[in-house]
Design a protein around this ligand. Sequence first.
Ligand code: ATP
Ligand code: MG
Length: 137
Amino acid sequence: MERTFIAIKPDGVQRGVMSEIITRFERKGFKLVGIKIMIPSKDFAGKHYHDLKERPFYKGLCNFLSSGPVIAMVWEGEGVIRYGRKLIGATDPQKSEPGTIRGDLAVSVGRNIIHGSDGPETAKDEIALWFKPEELV
Ligand code: ATP
Ligand code: MG
């Protein structure tokens, strides 16, 4: 069954919207198969965002991801990669539709509270980066 990697970033954890985000994925019908809380190192954050290495905001983004606790999760279900991105909304919360997580709960692209894998390959790589196989049910 299809799986995706979802992370609640430090701003989402700090703002107390973790349960609301989990509820939205649960109510849609997706299944939580892995979850943990951790503070990623800057080096680890750099690996997670390696695709964005050339972007001007890369360093700030990595510093931010490692600035506090992150809730790392793996969700499973039919179409969960693409539909998870729909639940999350556009990258910039100013452009995310109301009803999406970022549309309802965030205002700034640098503090958009949640991450979701953008395709089957990145989902596979991100799950392998964040979780050991035995941490998933
Ligand atoms: P994510 O990978 O976090 O799910 P995304 O796939 O919607 O987000 P990406 O293009 O992968 O967007 O960018 C990764 C993250 O980098 C974004 O979630 C955002 O926090 C940050 N980011 C993207 N564009 C900018 C920008 N112009 N300025 C600052 N931060 C940005
Ligand atoms: Mg992305």
